[in-house]
Write a protein that binds this ligand. Sequence first.
Ligand code: CAO
Length: 454
Amino acid sequence: MSSLISRRLIGGVFRFGHLRSLHSSSVWSGKVVQFKLSDIGEGIAEVQLKEWHVKTGDRVSQFDNLCDVQSDKASVTITSRYDGVIKRLYYKVDDVAPVGKALVDIELEGEGEDSAESVDDDKSAQSAAADKSKKADGGKSSDEHETSSSFALHSGKVLATPAVRRIAMENKIKLGEVSGSGKNGRVMKEDVLRFLGHIGPAETTSKASDQSRPAFAPLSGQDKTIPIRGYTRIMMKTMTQANTIPHFGYNDEVVVNRLIDLRAQLKKLASEKGTKMSYMPLFIKAASLALTQYPVLNASLDSSLENITYKSAHNICVAMDTPGGLVVPNIKHCEQRNLWEIALELNRLQEAGKRQQLDRNDLADGTFTLSNIGAIGGTYASPVIFPPQVAIGALGKIEVHPRYDHHMQIYPAHLVKVSWAADHRVIDGATMARFSNVWKEYLENPALMIAEMR
Ligand code: CAO
Protein backbone atom coordinates (compact mmCIF):
# COMPACT_ATOMS: atom_id res chain seq x y z
CA MET A 1 0.00 0.00 0.00
CA SER A 2 1.25 3.34 -0.63
CA SER A 3 0.93 6.94 -1.10
CA LEU A 4 0.93 8.21 -4.61
CA ILE A 5 0.35 11.66 -5.86
CA SER A 6 -0.78 12.76 -9.23
CA ARG A 7 0.05 16.15 -10.67
CA ARG A 8 0.38 17.77 -13.99
CA LEU A 9 3.58 19.69 -14.44
CA ILE A 10 3.31 22.48 -16.90
CA GLY A 11 6.52 23.44 -18.62
CA GLY A 12 8.45 22.50 -15.53
CA VAL A 13 7.12 25.66 -13.96
CA PHE A 14 4.74 24.39 -11.31
CA ARG A 15 6.91 21.47 -10.40
CA PHE A 16 10.14 23.31 -9.99
CA GLY A 17 8.63 25.63 -7.45
CA HIS A 18 9.89 28.83 -9.01
CA LEU A 19 8.03 30.90 -11.52
CA ARG A 20 9.60 31.26 -14.91
CA SER A 21 8.71 33.75 -17.55
CA LEU A 22 7.93 32.06 -20.83
CA HIS A 23 8.55 35.25 -22.77
CA SER A 24 11.47 35.22 -25.15
CA SER A 25 14.60 37.09 -24.27
CA SER A 26 17.12 36.04 -26.95
CA VAL A 27 17.41 34.06 -30.17
CA TRP A 28 18.43 30.48 -29.44
CA SER A 29 17.43 28.57 -32.56
CA GLY A 30 19.62 25.49 -33.04
CA LYS A 31 20.86 25.34 -29.46
CA VAL A 32 20.46 21.94 -27.75
CA VAL A 33 19.28 21.98 -24.14
CA GLN A 34 19.01 19.23 -21.63
CA PHE A 35 15.61 19.08 -20.04
CA LYS A 36 16.36 17.75 -16.58
CA LEU A 37 14.13 16.07 -14.08
CA SER A 38 14.25 18.69 -11.37
CA ASP A 39 13.48 18.27 -7.71
CA ILE A 40 9.76 17.63 -7.36
CA GLY A 41 9.80 17.87 -3.60
CA GLU A 42 8.29 15.36 -1.17
CA GLY A 43 11.77 13.86 -0.78
CA ILE A 44 11.42 12.15 -4.14
CA ALA A 45 14.82 10.99 -5.37
CA GLU A 46 13.83 8.98 -8.42
CA VAL A 47 10.86 8.34 -10.66
CA GLN A 48 9.83 5.55 -12.93
CA LEU A 49 9.20 6.45 -16.53
CA LYS A 50 5.67 5.29 -17.28
CA GLU A 51 5.14 6.52 -20.83
CA TRP A 52 6.76 8.73 -23.44
CA HIS A 53 4.46 11.04 -25.36
CA VAL A 54 7.26 12.03 -27.75
CA LYS A 55 9.99 10.38 -29.74
CA THR A 56 13.28 11.58 -31.17
CA GLY A 57 12.63 13.97 -34.04
CA ASP A 58 9.24 15.13 -32.76
CA ARG A 59 8.61 18.85 -32.78
CA VAL A 60 7.28 20.07 -29.43
CA SER A 61 5.91 23.34 -28.18
CA GLN A 62 5.85 24.72 -24.68
CA PHE A 63 3.28 22.84 -22.58
CA ASP A 64 3.23 19.76 -24.84
CA ASN A 65 3.31 16.54 -22.88
CA LEU A 66 6.72 14.88 -22.84
CA CYS A 67 6.22 11.91 -20.58
CA ASP A 68 4.44 10.47 -17.57
CA VAL A 69 6.57 9.56 -14.58
CA GLN A 70 5.72 7.98 -11.27
CA SER A 71 7.44 7.91 -7.92
CA ASP A 72 6.37 6.35 -4.66
CA LYS A 73 4.52 9.60 -4.02
CA ALA A 74 3.74 11.10 -7.37
CA SER A 75 2.28 10.31 -10.74
CA VAL A 76 3.11 13.25 -12.93
CA THR A 77 2.84 14.37 -16.54
CA ILE A 78 5.91 16.37 -17.49
CA THR A 79 5.45 18.99 -20.18
CA SER A 80 7.95 20.86 -22.28
CA ARG A 81 9.00 24.34 -21.39
CA TYR A 82 10.63 24.87 -24.77
CA ASP A 83 9.68 24.97 -28.43
CA GLY A 84 11.94 22.70 -30.42
CA VAL A 85 12.79 19.25 -31.72
CA ILE A 86 13.43 16.24 -29.50
CA LYS A 87 16.98 15.10 -30.06
CA ARG A 88 17.38 12.42 -27.42
CA LEU A 89 15.34 10.47 -24.91
CA TYR A 90 17.49 9.36 -22.01
CA TYR A 91 15.30 6.57 -20.67
CA LYS A 92 12.97 3.94 -21.94
CA VAL A 93 9.62 3.00 -20.44
CA ASP A 94 9.96 1.42 -16.96
CA ASP A 95 13.47 2.82 -16.44
CA VAL A 96 14.12 4.60 -13.16
CA ALA A 97 15.23 8.21 -13.69
CA PRO A 98 17.06 10.00 -10.86
CA VAL A 99 16.05 13.54 -9.97
CA GLY A 100 18.52 16.07 -11.36
CA LYS A 101 19.47 14.02 -14.41
CA ALA A 102 18.51 14.74 -18.00
CA LEU A 103 15.25 13.40 -19.38
CA VAL A 104 15.44 14.68 -22.95
CA ASP A 105 17.57 16.87 -25.17
CA ILE A 106 15.65 19.47 -27.13
CA GLU A 107 17.02 21.46 -30.06
CA LEU A 108 15.49 24.86 -29.62
CA GLU A 109 13.56 26.71 -32.24
CA GLY A 110 12.74 30.39 -32.25
CA GLU A 111 13.56 32.58 -29.30
CA GLY A 112 13.75 31.93 -25.60
CA GLU A 113 15.54 32.47 -22.34
CA ASP A 114 19.25 32.57 -21.92
CA SER A 115 19.01 30.33 -18.90
CA ALA A 116 18.50 27.20 -21.00
CA GLU A 117 20.93 24.45 -20.02
CA SER A 118 23.01 23.86 -23.14
CA VAL A 119 24.53 20.44 -23.63
CA ASP A 120 26.53 21.32 -26.72
CA ASP A 121 29.67 21.53 -24.62
CA ASP A 122 28.75 18.78 -22.17
CA LYS A 123 29.82 15.81 -24.19
CA SER A 124 30.77 13.61 -21.27
CA ALA A 125 27.35 13.94 -19.69
CA GLN A 126 25.73 13.25 -23.00
CA SER A 127 27.75 10.19 -23.72
CA ALA A 128 27.20 8.76 -20.23
CA ALA A 129 23.48 9.18 -20.64
CA ALA A 130 23.63 7.86 -24.16
CA ASP A 131 25.40 4.74 -22.89
CA LYS A 132 22.63 4.21 -20.37
CA SER A 133 19.99 4.78 -23.00
CA LYS A 134 21.78 2.43 -25.34
CA LYS A 135 22.06 -0.28 -22.70
CA ALA A 136 18.44 0.13 -21.70
CA ASP A 137 17.41 -0.19 -25.31
CA GLY A 138 19.12 -3.48 -25.90
CA GLY A 139 22.21 -1.92 -27.39
CA LYS A 140 20.47 0.36 -29.89
CA SER A 141 21.06 4.06 -29.91
CA SER A 142 18.04 6.34 -29.98
CA ASP A 143 18.55 6.87 -33.66
CA GLU A 144 18.77 3.18 -34.35
CA HIS A 145 15.66 2.65 -32.30
CA GLU A 146 13.84 5.17 -34.38
CA THR A 147 14.95 3.44 -37.55
CA SER A 148 13.82 0.07 -36.33
CA SER A 149 10.42 1.45 -35.36
CA SER A 150 9.88 3.71 -38.28
CA PHE A 151 8.22 1.18 -40.55
CA ALA A 152 4.88 2.49 -39.36
CA LEU A 153 5.77 5.98 -38.42
CA HIS A 154 7.09 8.22 -41.12
CA SER A 155 7.93 11.84 -40.42
CA GLY A 156 5.83 11.83 -37.29
CA LYS A 157 2.62 11.51 -39.29
CA VAL A 158 1.28 8.84 -36.97
CA LEU A 159 1.45 10.00 -33.39
CA ALA A 160 2.31 7.25 -30.93
CA THR A 161 4.67 6.60 -28.06
CA PRO A 162 7.61 4.22 -28.42
CA ALA A 163 5.82 1.73 -26.16
CA VAL A 164 2.81 1.71 -28.46
CA ARG A 165 5.01 1.40 -31.52
CA ARG A 166 6.78 -1.52 -29.90
CA ILE A 167 3.48 -3.35 -29.37
CA ALA A 168 2.52 -2.60 -32.98
CA MET A 169 5.88 -3.81 -34.25
CA GLU A 170 5.76 -6.99 -32.17
CA ASN A 171 2.35 -7.74 -33.61
CA LYS A 172 3.37 -6.75 -37.14
CA ILE A 173 0.69 -4.15 -37.62
CA LYS A 174 1.02 -0.76 -39.28
CA LEU A 175 0.16 2.09 -36.97
CA GLY A 176 -1.19 4.04 -39.94
CA GLU A 177 -4.04 1.57 -40.15
CA VAL A 178 -5.01 2.01 -36.49
CA SER A 179 -7.43 4.77 -35.70
CA GLY A 180 -6.04 6.85 -32.82
CA SER A 181 -8.28 7.95 -29.98
CA GLY A 182 -5.72 10.24 -28.32
CA LYS A 183 -5.14 13.95 -28.69
CA ASN A 184 -4.58 14.96 -32.34
CA GLY A 185 -5.32 11.36 -33.38
CA ARG A 186 -2.47 9.93 -31.28
CA VAL A 187 -2.58 6.13 -31.35
CA MET A 188 -2.91 4.85 -27.79
CA LYS A 189 -2.06 1.41 -26.44
CA GLU A 190 -5.80 0.64 -26.16
CA ASP A 191 -6.25 1.49 -29.85
CA VAL A 192 -3.64 -1.07 -30.85
CA LEU A 193 -5.05 -3.70 -28.49
CA ARG A 194 -8.52 -2.99 -29.83
CA PHE A 195 -7.20 -3.27 -33.40
CA LEU A 196 -5.73 -6.66 -32.47
CA GLY A 197 -9.06 -7.74 -31.01
CA HIS A 198 -7.66 -8.08 -27.45
CA ILE A 199 -10.18 -5.63 -26.05
CA GLY A 200 -13.70 -4.51 -26.84
CA PRO A 201 -15.05 -1.23 -28.19
CA ALA A 202 -13.83 2.10 -26.85
CA GLU A 203 -16.70 2.78 -24.43
CA THR A 204 -15.74 -0.21 -22.23
CA THR A 205 -12.39 1.28 -21.25
CA SER A 206 -12.32 0.13 -17.62
CA LYS A 207 -13.15 -3.45 -18.47
CA ALA A 208 -10.72 -3.27 -21.34
CA SER A 209 -7.72 -2.78 -19.12
CA ASP A 210 -8.62 -5.89 -17.16
CA GLN A 211 -9.16 -7.92 -20.29
CA SER A 212 -5.91 -6.73 -21.75
CA ARG A 213 -3.92 -8.31 -18.93
CA PRO A 214 -3.84 -11.85 -20.40
CA ALA A 215 -2.16 -10.43 -23.52
CA PHE A 216 0.99 -10.09 -21.43
CA ALA A 217 0.51 -13.09 -19.18
CA PRO A 218 1.26 -16.54 -20.60
CA LEU A 219 4.83 -17.28 -21.52
CA SER A 220 5.73 -20.68 -22.81
CA GLY A 221 8.97 -22.40 -22.02
CA GLN A 222 11.02 -19.48 -20.79
CA ASP A 223 11.56 -17.59 -17.55
CA LYS A 224 11.15 -13.87 -17.53
CA THR A 225 12.71 -11.45 -15.05
CA ILE A 226 11.20 -8.00 -14.97
CA PRO A 227 11.96 -5.04 -12.71
CA ILE A 228 9.42 -4.29 -9.98
CA ARG A 229 7.72 -1.07 -10.97
CA GLY A 230 4.62 1.06 -10.50
CA TYR A 231 2.16 0.43 -7.70
CA THR A 232 3.85 -2.92 -7.00
CA ARG A 233 7.17 -1.17 -6.30
CA ILE A 234 5.39 1.10 -3.86
CA MET A 235 3.54 -1.81 -2.27
CA MET A 236 6.86 -3.58 -1.78
CA LYS A 237 8.37 -0.62 0.09
CA THR A 238 5.34 -0.02 2.29
CA MET A 239 4.74 -3.65 3.11
CA THR A 240 8.40 -4.20 3.94
CA GLN A 241 8.00 -1.40 6.47
CA ALA A 242 4.73 -2.95 7.71
CA ASN A 243 6.51 -6.23 8.27
CA THR A 244 8.24 -4.70 11.30
CA ILE A 245 4.86 -4.24 13.04
CA PRO A 246 3.67 -7.00 15.37
CA HIS A 247 0.11 -7.61 14.14
CA PHE A 248 -2.73 -8.65 16.39
CA GLY A 249 -5.57 -10.29 14.46
CA TYR A 250 -9.23 -10.40 15.44
CA ASN A 251 -12.13 -11.84 13.41
CA ASP A 252 -15.90 -11.72 13.71
CA GLU A 253 -19.03 -12.07 11.62
CA VAL A 254 -21.74 -9.44 11.26
CA VAL A 255 -25.39 -10.11 10.41
CA VAL A 256 -26.27 -7.54 7.78
CA ASN A 257 -29.92 -8.38 6.97
CA ARG A 258 -31.13 -4.93 8.05
CA LEU A 259 -28.20 -3.25 6.39
CA ILE A 260 -29.12 -4.95 3.12
CA ASP A 261 -32.64 -3.53 3.36
CA LEU A 262 -31.31 -0.05 4.06
CA ARG A 263 -28.79 -0.26 1.22
CA ALA A 264 -31.53 -1.38 -1.18
CA GLN A 265 -33.54 1.75 -0.35
CA LEU A 266 -30.53 4.03 -0.64
CA LYS A 267 -29.44 2.39 -3.89
CA LYS A 268 -32.75 3.37 -5.49
CA LEU A 269 -32.21 6.99 -4.48
CA ALA A 270 -28.53 7.00 -5.40
CA SER A 271 -28.96 7.56 -9.12
CA GLU A 272 -31.04 10.67 -8.38
CA LYS A 273 -28.06 11.94 -6.40
CA GLY A 274 -25.73 11.15 -9.28
CA THR A 275 -23.82 8.49 -7.39
CA LYS A 276 -23.94 4.81 -6.50
CA MET A 277 -24.43 3.41 -3.04
CA SER A 278 -22.54 0.20 -2.35
CA TYR A 279 -22.04 -1.23 1.15
CA MET A 280 -18.71 0.52 1.57
CA PRO A 281 -20.08 3.94 2.64
CA LEU A 282 -22.04 2.13 5.38
CA PHE A 283 -19.00 0.15 6.52
CA ILE A 284 -16.93 3.36 6.48
CA LYS A 285 -19.46 5.48 8.39
CA ALA A 286 -19.89 2.76 11.02
CA ALA A 287 -16.11 2.62 11.40
CA SER A 288 -15.92 6.39 11.83
CA LEU A 289 -18.62 6.33 14.53
CA ALA A 290 -16.81 3.51 16.32
CA LEU A 291 -13.49 5.34 16.03
CA THR A 292 -15.06 8.26 17.88
CA GLN A 293 -15.38 5.90 20.84
CA TYR A 294 -11.96 4.28 20.34
CA PRO A 295 -9.68 7.08 19.05
CA VAL A 296 -6.56 5.05 19.78
CA LEU A 297 -7.34 3.09 16.62
CA ASN A 298 -7.33 6.28 14.56
CA ALA A 299 -3.77 7.13 15.46
CA SER A 300 -0.23 7.03 14.17
CA LEU A 301 2.99 5.94 15.76
CA ASP A 302 6.14 7.98 15.23
CA SER A 303 9.25 6.36 13.82
CA SER A 304 11.14 6.61 17.12
CA LEU A 305 8.32 4.63 18.79
CA GLU A 306 8.19 7.29 21.49
CA ASN A 307 4.83 8.93 20.71
CA ILE A 308 1.40 8.08 19.45
CA THR A 309 -0.69 10.81 17.85
CA TYR A 310 -4.45 10.57 18.07
CA LYS A 311 -5.78 12.01 14.83
CA SER A 312 -8.78 14.26 15.02
CA ALA A 313 -9.79 13.66 11.39
CA HIS A 314 -11.15 10.29 10.33
CA ASN A 315 -9.42 10.06 6.95
CA ILE A 316 -10.46 6.53 6.14
CA CYS A 317 -8.36 4.76 3.53
CA VAL A 318 -9.99 2.34 1.11
CA ALA A 319 -7.81 -0.34 -0.46
CA MET A 320 -8.56 -0.34 -4.19
CA ASP A 321 -7.86 -2.90 -6.80
CA THR A 322 -7.04 -0.90 -9.95
CA PRO A 323 -5.67 -1.85 -13.38
CA GLY A 324 -2.30 -0.56 -12.09
CA GLY A 325 -2.42 -2.63 -8.89
CA LEU A 326 -3.29 -1.94 -5.28
CA VAL A 327 -3.64 1.70 -4.27
CA VAL A 328 -5.01 3.16 -1.04
CA PRO A 329 -6.62 6.60 -1.25
CA ASN A 330 -8.56 8.01 1.67
CA ILE A 331 -11.84 9.79 2.25
CA LYS A 332 -11.14 12.87 4.30
CA HIS A 333 -13.14 13.76 7.39
CA CYS A 334 -15.56 10.85 7.41
CA GLU A 335 -16.58 12.01 10.90
CA GLN A 336 -18.14 15.09 9.25
CA ARG A 337 -19.63 13.45 6.15
CA ASN A 338 -23.00 11.80 5.79
CA LEU A 339 -23.50 8.60 3.80
CA TRP A 340 -24.16 10.39 0.50
CA GLU A 341 -21.04 12.49 0.88
CA ILE A 342 -18.95 9.43 1.64
CA ALA A 343 -20.47 7.58 -1.34
CA LEU A 344 -19.80 10.49 -3.71
CA GLU A 345 -16.19 10.74 -2.59
CA LEU A 346 -15.67 6.98 -2.79
CA ASN A 347 -17.05 6.97 -6.33
CA ARG A 348 -14.76 9.81 -7.32
CA LEU A 349 -11.72 8.04 -5.88
CA GLN A 350 -12.69 4.77 -7.53
CA GLU A 351 -12.97 6.43 -10.95
CA ALA A 352 -9.66 8.28 -10.48
CA GLY A 353 -8.04 5.04 -9.31
CA LYS A 354 -9.19 3.22 -12.44
CA ARG A 355 -7.53 5.90 -14.57
CA GLN A 356 -4.47 5.96 -12.25
CA GLN A 357 -5.07 9.65 -11.76
CA LEU A 358 -5.37 9.89 -8.02
CA ASP A 359 -4.19 13.18 -6.63
CA ARG A 360 -1.51 13.58 -3.97
CA ASN A 361 -4.09 14.80 -1.52
CA ASP A 362 -6.24 11.72 -2.10
CA LEU A 363 -3.36 9.54 -0.97
CA ALA A 364 -1.89 11.56 1.87
CA ASP A 365 -2.77 11.65 5.55
CA GLY A 366 -4.90 8.51 5.86
CA THR A 367 -5.60 7.53 9.45
CA PHE A 368 -7.35 4.14 9.30
CA THR A 369 -7.93 1.59 6.54
CA LEU A 370 -10.74 -0.67 5.31
CA SER A 371 -10.15 -3.25 2.62
CA ASN A 372 -13.24 -4.69 0.94
CA ILE A 373 -11.65 -7.79 -0.50
CA GLY A 374 -15.18 -9.28 -0.47
CA ALA A 375 -15.90 -7.24 -3.61
CA ILE A 376 -13.75 -9.92 -5.25
CA GLY A 377 -14.51 -12.85 -2.94
CA GLY A 378 -13.45 -14.68 0.20
CA THR A 379 -14.44 -14.69 3.84
CA TYR A 380 -11.59 -13.96 6.24
CA ALA A 381 -8.28 -12.31 5.37
CA SER A 382 -5.10 -11.28 7.17
CA PRO A 383 -4.83 -7.57 6.40
CA VAL A 384 -1.50 -5.83 6.81
CA ILE A 385 -1.36 -2.44 8.55
CA PHE A 386 -0.62 0.59 6.38
CA PRO A 387 2.09 2.41 8.37
CA PRO A 388 2.16 4.76 10.24
CA GLN A 389 -1.48 3.80 10.94
CA VAL A 390 -2.21 1.31 13.70
CA ALA A 391 -5.28 -0.60 12.50
CA ILE A 392 -6.92 -2.03 9.41
CA GLY A 393 -10.04 -4.08 8.68
CA ALA A 394 -10.74 -6.47 5.80
CA LEU A 395 -14.26 -7.39 4.78
CA GLY A 396 -15.31 -10.64 3.16
CA LYS A 397 -18.11 -11.30 0.71
CA ILE A 398 -21.66 -11.06 2.03
CA GLU A 399 -23.11 -14.56 2.02
CA VAL A 400 -26.23 -16.26 3.39
CA HIS A 401 -25.79 -18.87 6.12
CA PRO A 402 -28.22 -20.50 8.56
CA ARG A 403 -28.07 -18.99 12.06
CA TYR A 404 -30.22 -19.16 15.22
CA ASP A 405 -32.26 -16.17 16.33
CA HIS A 406 -33.05 -15.28 19.99
CA HIS A 407 -35.88 -17.85 19.99
CA MET A 408 -33.52 -20.56 18.75
CA GLN A 409 -35.22 -20.53 15.35
CA ILE A 410 -33.04 -21.02 12.32
CA TYR A 411 -33.19 -18.14 9.87
CA PRO A 412 -31.21 -17.13 6.75
CA ALA A 413 -28.55 -14.73 8.00
CA HIS A 414 -26.70 -12.50 5.54
CA LEU A 415 -23.22 -12.43 6.98
CA VAL A 416 -20.11 -10.42 6.32
CA LYS A 417 -16.92 -11.61 7.94
CA VAL A 418 -14.49 -9.00 9.19
CA SER A 419 -10.78 -9.45 9.89
CA TRP A 420 -9.10 -6.75 11.93
CA ALA A 421 -5.38 -6.25 12.44
CA ALA A 422 -3.93 -3.85 14.99
CA ASP A 423 -0.43 -2.78 15.94
CA HIS A 424 0.05 -4.81 19.10
CA ARG A 425 2.74 -2.43 20.38
CA VAL A 426 0.05 0.16 21.10
CA ILE A 427 -3.31 -1.61 20.73
CA ASP A 428 -4.33 -4.47 22.97
CA GLY A 429 -6.71 -7.20 21.93
CA ALA A 430 -9.50 -6.10 24.26
CA THR A 431 -9.58 -2.61 22.70
CA MET A 432 -9.72 -4.09 19.21
CA ALA A 433 -12.56 -6.43 20.21
CA ARG A 434 -14.56 -3.63 21.87
CA PHE A 435 -14.14 -1.40 18.83
CA SER A 436 -15.26 -4.25 16.58
CA ASN A 437 -18.34 -4.84 18.73
CA VAL A 438 -19.38 -1.19 18.40
CA TRP A 439 -18.81 -1.22 14.63
CA LYS A 440 -20.78 -4.44 14.37
CA GLU A 441 -23.65 -2.99 16.42
CA TYR A 442 -24.01 -0.08 14.00
CA LEU A 443 -24.14 -2.42 11.02
CA GLU A 444 -26.53 -4.92 12.58
CA ASN A 445 -28.83 -2.07 13.70
CA PRO A 446 -28.29 0.65 11.12
CA ALA A 447 -30.99 2.80 12.74
CA LEU A 448 -28.42 3.44 15.49
CA MET A 449 -25.94 4.65 12.92
CA ILE A 450 -28.48 6.99 11.35
CA ALA A 451 -29.42 8.31 14.79
CA GLU A 452 -25.79 9.28 15.44
CA MET A 453 -25.27 11.11 12.17
CA ARG A 454 -25.06 14.87 12.19
N1 CAO B 1 -20.13 -8.50 -0.45
C1 CAO B 1 -21.15 -8.50 -1.31
N2 CAO B 1 -21.29 -7.59 -2.30
C2 CAO B 1 -20.35 -6.65 -2.40
C3 CAO B 1 -19.25 -6.60 -1.54
C4 CAO B 1 -19.17 -7.56 -0.52
N3 CAO B 1 -18.18 -7.55 0.35
N4 CAO B 1 -18.49 -5.57 -1.90
C5 CAO B 1 -19.06 -5.00 -2.95
N5 CAO B 1 -20.20 -5.64 -3.25
C6 CAO B 1 -21.13 -5.30 -4.30
C7 CAO B 1 -21.43 -3.81 -4.26
O1 CAO B 1 -22.44 -3.51 -3.33
C8 CAO B 1 -21.84 -3.55 -5.67
O2 CAO B 1 -23.16 -4.06 -5.87
P1 CAO B 1 -24.24 -3.22 -6.70
O3 CAO B 1 -23.77 -3.23 -8.11
O4 CAO B 1 -25.51 -3.95 -6.46
O5 CAO B 1 -24.26 -1.84 -6.12
C9 CAO B 1 -20.89 -4.45 -6.45
O6 CAO B 1 -20.48 -5.48 -5.55
C10 CAO B 1 -19.67 -3.72 -6.98
O7 CAO B 1 -19.10 -2.99 -5.93
P2 CAO B 1 -17.75 -2.13 -6.14
O8 CAO B 1 -16.57 -2.98 -5.99
O9 CAO B 1 -17.85 -1.37 -7.42
O10 CAO B 1 -17.85 -1.02 -5.01
P3 CAO B 1 -17.55 -1.08 -3.47
O11 CAO B 1 -17.84 0.29 -3.00
O12 CAO B 1 -18.25 -2.17 -2.79
O13 CAO B 1 -15.97 -1.35 -3.36
C11 CAO B 1 -13.66 -0.98 -3.74
C12 CAO B 1 -15.08 -0.42 -3.86
C13 CAO B 1 -12.72 0.05 -4.33
C14 CAO B 1 -13.32 -1.20 -2.29
C15 CAO B 1 -13.55 -2.31 -4.48
O14 CAO B 1 -13.95 -2.15 -5.82
C16 CAO B 1 -12.19 -2.91 -4.47
O15 CAO B 1 -11.26 -2.49 -5.19
N6 CAO B 1 -12.00 -3.98 -3.64
C17 CAO B 1 -10.76 -4.73 -3.62
C18 CAO B 1 -9.92 -4.26 -2.45
C19 CAO B 1 -8.64 -5.08 -2.37
O16 CAO B 1 -8.03 -5.42 -3.36
N7 CAO B 1 -8.23 -5.39 -1.14
C20 CAO B 1 -7.05 -6.13 -0.90
C21 CAO B 1 -6.04 -5.23 -0.27
S1 CAO B 1 -4.59 -6.08 0.22
O17 CAO B 1 -3.94 -6.55 -1.16
